[in-house]
Design a protein around this ligand. Structure first.
Ligand code: PEP
Ligand code: MG
Length: 907
């Protein structure tokens, strides 16, 4: 799991210094360049994931299998960002590393007779597929293209490499629009009657290169740079710049990668997959990257360079055919995949090139995979003896597991398949068609479910992936951009549905005789590749065999208990099915929202005397009692923590402004009876009105002001418990919780109320139930020791604790302030999602510690949203919390995250 800490913004530097563990320093370092042979996987922070893995792979497979090169560090990138200029010493260090590479390769960059060519690739600490820029074939110019042609005896290859270089350099380094260059390829193909890029001959490629250069000149006002060292320098700086480019920034926001990590730059000797029919480029996963099944999978393209495979512009061949096309290279690849997997103890995602029959490995990394593949790999790896259970469980990204609980197409549904494509990311998704990422974002903001439908996707579409329910493309394979990004995000995806004719200009998708438009409903099945226009039902999935195994390991490994936040028997049952060990928070106010209760609740709140209020409460009590009975029965004797009424009462009342308008209207239209009623209501609501209701009459303050409310609730709880015990023989393990306590005397008074009311009905504290408190105000954390004397448990309400510690309104901050705060690097993500460790987290730790000092047996739980967040769970494990409580769907995530936290902690 990714490390995350909150940044402190200074506003001065372009990348603010951050306190995070392993963050790179802003000071100019001395060593900025490392040869591949010098690095290792432990150096990821400095060399980026790609640089560290290439170095490690060079060690494992030997230098003959991995083309040589060097890595410019992430520190160099950060120094460049902060200073806005190349760090001192970089140029000289690159020169020296280049000289070493040239010596090893026996070729020189820019040699007109037999030039060394290099690739220049980004490589952040965490892989960001397709997010940063790559330049291939760097080092070519008008002279060396002839040298390359002579040295290889392959003029077509030389010119194909040159046109690719001019195209990529122009686009990536100097921002020449990709569409203009692609349009030129299409024009030359049309002129010459060619269908594929590979049909273009030498003359056509020369023509194309000249056209690209002309476009470069027109767009940049400069000649295409002919000097290879200048090319290299520009490319390196472009990779640095791409780290702060809009699409990389947006990817980092979504994936919570801090800006201050920077990217490394890898310069690697080129090997050529485009040297004819004995050459190819491909990607290979050590196991099926969609299902996790133990067969290698991937794609390859004969006579092509790596970019062709991942761009999705040409549809590649499936790796299963590789053995027939290139048997020797295939056999070697299969062995290497196993070696790498054994070494890394994780499923691998590799890139390879075959140059005239010889296999080279370009990179390897732990495969990003959807939850089902992650779960399958973990269980298989243990069965195969590759990993222990503890090692296996930490290979899973707990956050993605929720996807396994999301819908699939109803297996009994009958529907006709409109078309099908590659099953690229599992799960079913249904929504209206949108063609543009920005439309997907807009629609999602408006609460509409959409599918993003495009011929192929590019890095700029990523925000649309996030907003869409699923992705459908007509081109590309399992390693296309669409497939990679969708899997990474857990979005269902079907790609390469090649029968679809998607016309972005016209806003239509045509297939067979059917023409669909934006807004039409479509369903995709990312597990089978099917696409349908029928209105099929989606169903909740069952938890599969492998997932159950993982969950049972998680239960053995974890120390933290996992409960659920549930207010209805239905939610309680669902959560139990997902493994909840009890209810950590029942918000009783939700029980008063239903149509048959709201009028009674209103009457209770508006009552003008205690007697009147007691009358209204008497009507509410049996309703509340039957709710509790349902909940207790659903939990069958497990712990149920019931919180007494907490919310500001205005949440149940009509809005003051609305009432004023109604009264005004009644005044106008006559109707004295109605007017009198409205005016009375207006006066009462007005007298209850508060400027800051969140900080007003809520929580235990309600119980202090109107003890009869809490008495009624305790009575309902006790009667329900007795009734269920009578009926089922199973008494729930009851915990009564007092919200929003600030002062020890508040909990003392409320505890007395609960204990004496229950006693009057025959239940004894300590024997039949316990009484505890929410800890959700900073003062409560500071005086935890005093509060603990009156509480059997603390349950941290980290939602309110975050709100009151940070002074951020939990209802407003995310819409108004958060985006800007993330932009300005004050925050990395919402503190309402992941606990603010240095602030709120410290308060939790302090309260836990001091509470236990006073009462060593004090039970400690967390019931705010953070209880279902893996990163926060890791923190709670170390803060000595006993259990977390989260929404039903997060329960499996929390079980696994709790196990991972325990493994990491070594407990
Ligand atoms: C909390 O504040 O964290 C909590 C669980 O209570 P609520 O969200 O109901 O205020
Ligand atoms: Mg709260």
């Amino acid at each position: 799991m990714r490390d995350f800490t909150h940044a402190r913004g200074t506003g001065a530097a372009r990348i603010a210094p951050v306190e995070s563990e392993g963050a790179v320093a802003a000071a100019v370092p001395t060593r900025l360049v490392y040869d591949f042979a010098e690095g290792s996987r432990e150096m990821r922070v400095l060399l980026g994931g790609k640089g560290a893995n290439v170095a490690e792979m060079t060690r494992i497979l030997g230098p003959d299998r991995v083309p040589g090169g060097f890595t410019i560090t992430t520190e160099a990138c950060v120094a460049y960002m902060n200073a806005g200029a190349e760090p001192e010493g970089l140029e000289a260090q690159v020169d020296a590393a280049l000289a070493r590479l040239e010596a090893r390769a026996g070729k020189r960059l820019g040699d007109p007779d037999d030039p060394l060519l290099v690739s220049v690739r980004s490589g952040a600490r965490d892989s960001m597929p397709g997010m940063l820029d790559t330049v291939l074939n760097l080092g070519l110019n008008d002279a060396s293209v002839h040298g390359l042609s002579e040295a290889t005896g392959n003029a077509r290859f030389a010119w194909d490499s040159y046109r690719r270089f001019v195209q990529m350099f122009g686009n990536v380094v100097r921002g020449v629009p990709g569409e203009r260059l692609e349009a030129e390829i299409a024009a030359v193909k049309a002129q010459r009657g060619a269908t594929l890029d590979t049909d273009l001959d030498v003359e056509a490629l020369e023509d194309l290169t000249a056209r690209f250069k002309a476009i470069f000149r027109e767009q940049t006002g400069e000649e295409f740079p002919a000097e290879p060292r200048d090319q290299l320098r520009q490319a390196i700086l472009a990779v640095f710049d791409s780290w702060m480019g809009a699409r990389a920034v947006s990817y980092r926001r979504i994936n919570r990668i801090p800006d201050d990590w920077g990217t490394a730059v890898n310069v690697q000797q080129m090997v050529y997959g485009n040297k004819g029919d004995t050459s190819c480029s491909g990607v290979a996963f050590s196991r099926d990257e969609v299902t996790g099944a133990p067969q290698p999978s991937g794609d390859f393209l004969v006579n092509a360079q790596g970019e062709d495979v991942v761009s999705g512009v040409r549809t590649p061949q499936d790796l299963s055919e590789f053995g027939e096309v290139m048997p020797a290279a295939h056999a070697e690849l299969m062995e290497i995949l196993q070696t790498l997997e054994r070494h890394y103890k994780d499923m691998q995602d590799t890139e390879f090139t075959v140059e005239e029959g010889r296999l080279y490995m370009l990179q390897t990394r732990n495969a990003k995979r959807p939850a089902q593949a992650a779960v399958r790999f973990a269980t298989d790896a243990v069965n195969e003896g590759l990993l222990t259970e503890a090692e296996a469980i930490v290979t899973i990204d707990a956050e993605t597991l929720e996807a396994l609980l999301h819908p699939t197409i109803d297996p009994h549904a009958e529907y006709s398949v409109l078309t099908s494509g590659v099953a690229a990311s599992p799960g079913a998704a249904q929504g209206e068609i949108v063609f543009e990422a920005r439309d997907a974002v807009e629609a999602a903001e408006a609460g509409r479910a959409v599918l993003l439908v495009r011929p192929f996707t590019e890095a700029d579409d990523v925000a649309g992936f996030h907003a869409a329910k699923g992705i459908l493309t007509s081109e590309g394979g399992k390693a296309s951009h669409a497939a990679l990004v969708a899997r990474g995000m857990g979005r269902p995806c079907v790609c390469g549905a090649s029968d679809l004719d998607i016309d972005l200009e016209a806003g239509t998708v045509a297939v067979g005789g059917t023409v669909l438009h934006a807004g039409d409903l479509l369903t995709i099945n990312g597990s089978t590749g099917e696409v349908t226009v029928d209105e099929v039902a989606l169903v909740d999935p069952e938890i599969g065999e492998s997932f159950l195994t993982i969950l049972s390991w998680a239960d053995d490994l974890r120390r933290l208990g996992v409960r659920t936040n549930a207010d209805t028997p239905e939610d309680a049952r669902k959560a139990r099915a997902f493994g909840a060990e009890g209810i950590g928070l029942c918000r009783t106010e939700h029980m008063f929202m239903a149509a048959d209760r709201l009028p009674k609740m209103k009457a209770m709140i508006l009552a003008e005397s205690e007697a009147e209020r007691r009358g209204a409460l008497a009507e509410l009590r049996p309703l509340q009692q039957s709710d509790f009975e349902g909940l207790f029965e659903a939990m069958e004797g497990l712990t149920v923590t019931i919180r007494l009424l907490d919310p500001p009462l205005h949440e149940f009342l009509p809005k003051l402004d609305d009432l004023k308008i109604q009264a005004e209207r009644a005044r106008h239209d006559g109707g004295a009876g109605e007017l009198a009623q409205l005016e009375h209501l207006l006066e009462r609501v007005g007298s209850l009105h508060e400027v800051n209701p969140m900080l007003g009459t809520r929580g235990c303050r309600l119980g202090i002001l109107y003890p009869e409310i809490y008495e009624m609730q305790v009575e309902a709880i006790v009667r329900a418990a007795l009734a269920v015990r009578e009926r089922t023989g199973l008494a729930p393990h009851l915990e009564v919780m007092i919200p929003l306590v600030n002062y020890e005397h508040e909990i003392e008074l409320m505890r007395d109320l609960v204990v004496s009311t229950a006693h009057g009905l025959g239940l004894e504290v300590g024997r039949d139930f316990s009484v505890g408190t929410m800890i959700e105000l900073p003062r409560a954390c500071l005086v935890a020791e005093r509060i603990a004397h009156h509480a059997d448990f603390f349950s941290f309400g980290t939602n309110d604790l975050t709100q009151t510690t940070l002074g951020f309104s939990r209802d407003d901050i995310e819409g108004r302030i958060l985006a800007k705060y993330i932009d300005r690097k004050i925050l990395d993500r919402s503190p309402f999602e992941t606990i603010d460790r240095p602030g709120v987290g410290e308060l939790v730790k302090m309260a836990a510690w001091n509470g236990r000092l006073a009462e060593p047996d004090l039970k400690l739980g967390v019931c705010g949203e953070h209880g279902g967040d893996p990163n926060s769970i890791d923190f709670f494990e170390n803060a000595g919390i006993d259990y977390v409580s989260c929404s039903p769907y997060r329960v499996p995530v929390a079980r696994v995250a709790a196990a991972q936290a325990a493994v990491r902690r070594g407990s």
